[in-house]
Design a protein around this ligand. Structure first.
Ligand SMILES: O=C(O)CCC(=O)C(=O)O
Length: 216
């Protein structure tokens, strides 16, 4: 049975994350971490060069159910599900936000995947962020803006003493850090929630491995 986590209670002291640990899973969570989350949403809707990417499955090409943008330092190329995204340079404001997220997460990030869920029909299917160019020793930091949506996690290999799937709401301004080795052992998704009319933007700050950074 799915375990619904209410991470908003009790409120921790400022700066101290709540933690969730299971076998192979380590999360840190700061509710309402970002001040001015609503203005960030307005700004990012227009300032980010959003793209509609497509994937090909069983010979048929489909638009992926959300808009995306890949931002990063020079040479930080990334591909997932057959999508090779062009690298956009950091905007000045996202550079600053990167530094704030780094201070909380305790890690230097060199890239950022942005997802724009236009309403509750947009979604992200079960996957792990385990592509070969990502550094498996580094965390991935996820910052949410706009509509609250469910974020679900389940073990990659269910066993007899399987951990239950986990689900919790990621609301406006919440910061979630997925520490290693979470991506190796757990999958995550953002399911559809049809009654949601508001949009949501999620930013995942990542580390491309040094050996995978293209030299110019
Ligand atoms: O939108 C989210 O909360 C998660 C995003 C994510 O998992 C991803 O971009 O890989």
């Amino acid at each position: 049975m799915e375990q619904q986590l209410d991470l908003l209670q009790p409120t921790p002291p400022a700066g101290t994350p709540q933690t969730v640990t299971r076998e192979g899973l380590a999360l840190r969570y700061w509710p309402l971490w970002l001040a001015d989350a609503a203005s960030w949403l307005v700004q990012l809707r227009t300032d980010v060069p959003w793209r509609q990417e497509h994937i090909t499955l069983f010979g048929r090409t489909h638009p992926i159910p959300r808009l995306t943008c890949w931002m990063g330092d020079p040479g930080c190329h990334y591909a997932y599900s057959g999508v090779h995204q062009a690298i956009e340079p950091w905007t000045a404001s996202l550079q600053q936000l990167r530094r704030q997220v780094e201070a909380a997460a305790g890690c230097r990030f060199n890239s950022l995947l942005l997802n724009h869920y236009r309403d509750g029909n947009d979604k992200l299917d079960w996957h792990a962020d385990d592509e070969p160019e990502l550094d498996p020793e580094q965390p991935i930091a996820s910052l949410s803006l706009g509509a609250a949506r469910s974020f679900r996690l389940k073990p990659r290999q269910p066993s007899a003493d399987a951990e239950s799937p986990l689900s919790f709401e990621l609301g406006e301004g919440d910061l979630l850090v997925m520490d290693p080795p979470t991506q190796q052992h757990w999958l995550h998704q953002v399911p559809q929630r049809r009654r949601v009319e508001r949009d949501r933007i999620n930013l995942t700050f990542r580390v491309i491995r040094r050996g995978a950074i293209a030299q110019r």
